[in-house]
Every structure is written in C-alpha cells, then in structure tokens.
Design a protein around this ligand. Structure first.
Ligand code: FAD
Length: 617
C-alpha cells in the first residue's frame, strides 16, 4: 500500500484507478482490502483524517471514556431537538484511518435474526439473517478465554459456533472484569431477565458480558485499520491518501453519471481538496464510505438528492433522489450515573496517581488488569414483554401515535416509513429482539438506549459545498415518535428496580438528581428530567438507505446509487432499519457482502442503470 500523507503539495497519484473509495472507515477499508486481493485491480482510498499514532489512548481498552483520542474525532452539532428540550447536542464521528473504529467503545453485537430478516422483507433480496451471517463470520476472529481470569464466573459463550475464526477483526473479552459487572448481572437476573451467554447467536435479548472488538492475545483495540489496512500494506495496487477531503462527485465526463449524460459513465471522478485542488479519475467505480453523516451530504452537493433541497441551495440537479439524507436513525440514549457509594468498591475512576502507574505497568507487562477492560463490561437487552405489563398499550402507541415525520419527507419516504413501522412493531412484540438496552460501567453508569427507534430525522447540506460556511444540518429528531421516550422511561423505571435488588443495593448506588425512586414513580417529572439528558447512541445510520425507490431508497441491494451506473455507498448510511444492537459488527458485514456484486459487474455484462428519477429540468 502506498500511503500518501498530507504532503501539502502535488499528489503523487497514478493516472487513474479502477476504484476510488471515499473514507477509510469500516466501509472504505473493507471494500478497498477485498477488491485489491486481486493484484490486477487498483484502488485508491481518500481519507480526510490521518493515520493514528497507536498511542495508549487509542489502543488500550481501559482508556475508553477517560483519555479519548479526541484528536481523531470531529464533533458535529445537531439541530435543536424540538421533541426533547429544544437544545442542541453533539455527535462524535471518527476522523482517522479506521474512521469511527479508532474512537469507538468496542462493543461487538450483531443484532437479532429478526433485524436482518426485516431488511429483506423491506425489499432487499439477499439481505436476510441467513444471507448476512456468512459475512458476520467472514469479518471476525472470535475467541473466548478458556480460563476464568477474574475470579468470578465469566458467563461467556466459549464455543465458536456461528462465529468466524479467520476474519480480520479480532473479537474477544478482557482479562479483567470489575466486580460490579457481576452485581449488575445478578441484579438483572433477579428481575427475571435471563443470562444470554452468546448475544451474537441471532437471539439478541438477555444479559451478557459483552464481546469487544479487541485482540484476546494483546488485549488491545481491534479496528478497521488494524483489521483491513495493516495486513494489506505490502500491496502495490492499493493507495491511500490521508489528510485530504473529497468535496464532490463529478458526473459524466469525469464522474459518476446519470443516464442523460453523453459522456462515458465509467470515466468517474472526484474532486478533492488540498493545497491544490485535484481531480482524480477512475475506470470502474466510485465508492462513497464517508459515514452516515457525510456520504449523503457529498451526494447532495454533487447534485444527487431531493430536488427541492438542491434547488434551494443552487445546486445543479443530476438525479432527483428524495431519500438522500432521510430515514436517519440512531439509538436515543441516556447515561445516568447511580454512583456506587459502598466502601471498598474499585472503579475505573480510581485509576489515578500511583494506582494508575501500577495498572499501566501491569497492562504493559502482562496484558492483564483493569486496563484490559473496556468501559462497558456487561449489558442487558430487554424484550418488551419481560419488563412491562403494559405491552399492549405500548404496541398500540407505537402503531397509532403520530410519527412527526420531517415535513420534507415525500410520499415514497412516508410509504417506506409505514413498512418499517410494521416491522418495528412486530419486533417489539418478540422475545428475541430488545426494546431497550441497559449498559453497565464500573462506576455506576446504567446507560439506557431505545433499541427499536420509531423516530426519523434528516441530514441536509446547508451550502452548495461541503466546506461552505454552514455545516450540514443534522437532525435526528429524537423522540419525534413518542414511543421512543416511552421506552426510555421504561428503561429508567427498570434501573430504579435494578438498583434496589440486593446484589445492586450492596453497592449503595445513589441515583442522579431527578432520577430517584420518588421520581421514578412520577412519570411526568421523570419524563421532563429525562428529555434534557437524551443524546446520541453514536449509531447514525439510514441516510442513504438500501430500500426500493418507491420506499425512499437511495441504493439498491447491490448498494449502487439509483440512477447511476458506477457509484455505490458502503457505510452505515445504507442500513435500512437500525438493528437492535451496537452497529459496527453489522457495518463490517454489510461492507463484506457486496464484493462479488461489484466485481461481477465488471467481469460479466455491462451493468445496467438501476432506476432512479433523472432530473429533466
Ligand atoms: C464515539 C463513538 C463510539 C462508538 N461506539 C461503538 C461501539 O462501542 N460499538 C459499536 O458497534 N459501534 C460503535 N460506534 C459506531 C461505529 O464505530 C460506527 O457505526 C462505524 O464506524 C461506522 O462505519 P462507517 O464506515 O459508516 O463510517 P466511519 O467508520 O465513521 O468512517 C468514515 C470515514 O470517512 C472519512 N470521511 C468523512 N468525510 C470525508 C471526506 N469528505 N473525504 C474523505 N474522507 C472522509 C472520515 O474521516 C472517517 O474516517 C461508535 C461510534 C462513535 C463515534
């Protein structure tokens, strides 16, 4: 691999590449790696961020949440959240080779059989659980420790059934568990939630010690860079530019094309910033993998998106595609801390001063001790019927309450939403898909996320350039559908019961202001306290959805943008319906899957355009 860092000068590039990939996160690096396994294929990856320095704040799981590698993050301001408290929130996104996997929390969960079967029913043949399972397996090397390292019963699934053992991403468990993880799991059991020893089997509910994207041997972060770039460094046919941002997809002569172009559609290109503006051409395809926030904005500023938005910004319309930037989903999340005040409780917050020196030394010498443990050791995924006797009321509310869809949604997006809502309701009614998740940290944070969100938002360019004065408008519209807040309230009520179980009461947890036992009984007050605290679960997705055109889709089941012949999106944006899980495992699997389709397009017949509405104006 030729890595071309931010040279601030002329870019030493080839005349052209077969494939040009925008963004070196999960989607970009998986696709670039798999394509260049064939030495006759050339690919260029362009990444806005830089190679990370493998410093301790990146690679050591115990640093997550404390010494975050902020230098590899960009903060994106959300629109004021009108269904919460009217205030803005911040999204984090990775900006580095490896994308958000350089800064993420390592939690490795796939979701349930039902999550992916719903993708297929929504109009995506070949994307059911049984179809995507081989790609979950292909992406990972799963290992569970055979010995009990921390003294307590680890409750892990030790056998690698349905798990990959030769894939690039190391998935394993830490060599250390905080005792509080077991208080949590014991308390959860007292509330009738079963232990799930393998949350990645397709049955996603129950309480677990969660697997992490980390090396079992080195006890360090496994990310898209270590998994998919580092092993390919010897390949001369893979080039990577770092520190440069793609600003536009070009159409026709030098760009991904619409059918009314007179130019060769294969002659694609991108505009890239640097000291000197550069245009790069490619022979086969452009693959957008800039993540669920930026990929739709790049499409919009390149003239592919909802015609009304593009015209309002003075952007020439190439393809009127109403779904670009819509169907935005995330897991709304609360992070209340029930501080453990019993004496002699050791938490990650105690790792300071000389204790920190000792913990660090133990980690560096033996790869054992608290620094092997990521922020989240244990989590519970609760099925709705396990946690309420008002299940029918909630399902009725899910079906009948107004979803407050964004006014910009056209009839296709509304029809697509109706189909998704039916799937979500059937998932809420099942025992193997979660209504909410509770994540436990060593210091008493019991974070609650609604796992089947019914609200939908938008990502919209606010200028004709990605670098215009106005950054894009990112609006998840958290709790636009009221059932999302209802599920979060249910989760907080659950926390209140949980901290009063004997195993948890032994930790003497103190609820944060507004979240105490009396508050939990007063739903109105709790609801108000809660709305000011809801924020992102860091899982933006859906903004370039794989759905039929008549349901607001942006890409077809081969991840090709409707109306183009040589432009695909391969990142979290193509997820049509967010799984009830942390999404990195799904994004890796999604990115592994289209390889055959991409390559076949150029080895067999000419690819056909796949529908789309060409702008005639
Ligand atoms: C703080 C945080 C914690 C998270 N924790 C977890 C977790 O514990 N478990 C889990 O499953 N998921 C987690 N996630 C989510 C997960 O990491 C993402 O869903 C996943 O990385 C998305 O992959 P992607 O390929 O869509 O985009 P990314 O991995 O974000 O990669 C996109 C890349 O594109 C680059 N880019 C953007 N614009 C341009 C441009 N114009 N030109 C060139 N390059 C560009 C970016 O710099 C970035 O490197 C977390 C995310 C964050 C931010």
């Amino acid at each position: 691999t030729r890595i071309i860092p931010d040279s601030k000068g002329k870019l030493p590039l080839q005349d052209g590449y077969d494939y040009i990939v925008v963004g070196a996160g999960i989607g970009g690096l998986v696709v670039a790696n798999r394509l260049t396994e064939d030495p006759s294929v050339s690919a260029l990856v362009i990444e806005a961020g830089n190679l990370d320095d493998r410093a301790e704040d990146v690679s050591i799981p115990g640093n997550i949440g404390f010494e975050d590698p902020r230098r590899y993050e960009v903060k994106v301001k959300m629109a004021e959240q009108e269904f919460l408290d009217g205030k803005v929130r911040i999204f984090s996104q990775g900006k580095a080779v490896g994308g958000s996997t350089i800064v993420n929390g390592l939690v490795w969960t796939r979701g349930s059989v039902a999550d992916f079967d719903a993708w297929e029913r929504l109009g995506n043949p070949g994307w059911a659980w049984s179809d995507i399972l081989p790609y979950f397996e292909k992406s990972e090397s799963y290992s569970a420790p055979v010995k009990n390292v921390s003294g307590a019963q680890p409750l892990l699934h030790p056998v690698a059934g349905n798990h990959g053992d030769r894939g690039p991403v190391q998935v394993s468990y830490p060599n250390y568990y905080y005792n509080q993880s077991y208080n949590f799991l014991d308390g959860i059991r007292e509330l009738g939630i079963p232990i799930n020893e393998d949350p990645n089997s397709g049955n996603a509910t129950g309480a677990s010690i969660v697997p992490s994207s980390m090396s079992g041997k080195n006890q360090s972060r496994a990310d898209a860079r270590t998994a998919y770039l580092d092993p390919a460094l010897e390949r001369p046919n893979l080039h990577l530019i770092t520190g440069y941002s793609v600003t536009r997809v070009l159409h026709g002569n030098g760009g991904a094309t619409s059918s009314n172009s007179t130019h060769d559609p294969r002659d694609s290109g991108l505009r890239v910033t640097g000291v000197e503006k550069t245009t790069i051409s490619c022979r086969k395809e452009v693959i957008l993998a800039a993540g669920a926030i930026i990929s739709p904005v790049l499409l919009q500023v390149s003239g592919i998106g909802p015609v009304a938005l593009l015209e309002s910004l003075g952007i020439d319309v190439a393809i009127d595609l109403p779904g670009v930037g819509s169907n935005f989903q995330d897991h709304p999340t609360l992070q209340p801390v029930y501080e453990y005040t019993a004496p002699d409780i050791f938490t990650a917050w105690d790792i300071v001063g000389s204790t920190r020196d000792a913990v660090r030394q133990e980690y560096l010498t033996n790869r054992t001790g608290p620094w092997t443990a990521p922020m989240v050791n244990a989590a519970a995924f609760a099925a709705l019927s396990w946690v309420t006797d008002r299940e029918e009321d909630i399902l009725n509310e899910a079906a009948n309450a107004t979803a407050n869809l964004p006014p910009s949604y056209d009839s296709t997006l509304r029809a697509g939403y109706d189909a998704q809502r039916a799937e979500l309701i059937s998932m809420l009614a099942r025992a193997d898909t979660p209504a909410y998740e509770v994540m436990s940290t060593s210091w008493g944070q019991l974070a609650v996320s609604a796992m089947q969100p019914f609200s939908r938002g938008t990502v919209s360019a606010r200028s004709a350039s990605v670098f215009g004065n106005a950054p894009p408008l990112v609006d998840p519209r958290f709790c636009a559908h009221p059932v999302d807040c209802r599920l979060l309230l249910l989760g907080l009520g659950f926390n209140d019961r949980l901290i009063r179980t004997p195993p948890m009461a032994a930790l003497a947890p103190v609820p944060p202001p507004g979240f105490g036992a009396a508050d939990a009984r007063n739903e109105t007050a709790l609801d108000e306290a809660m709305r000011s605290k809801i924020t992102s679960g860091f899982h933006p997705s859906g903004t370039t959805s794989m759905l039929p055109l008549e349901h607001g889709g942006v890409v077809d089941p081969s991840l090709r943008v409707y109306g183009t012949r040589n432009l695909r999106v391969v990142d979290a944006g193509v997820i049509p319906l967010i799984p009830g899980a942390h999404i990195q495992a799904a994004v890796y699997a999604v990115a592994e899957k289209p390889l055959g389709l991409i390559v076949d397009d150029y080895n067999t017949d000419e690819s056909e355009e796949t529908g789309g509405r060409y702008y005639q104006g």
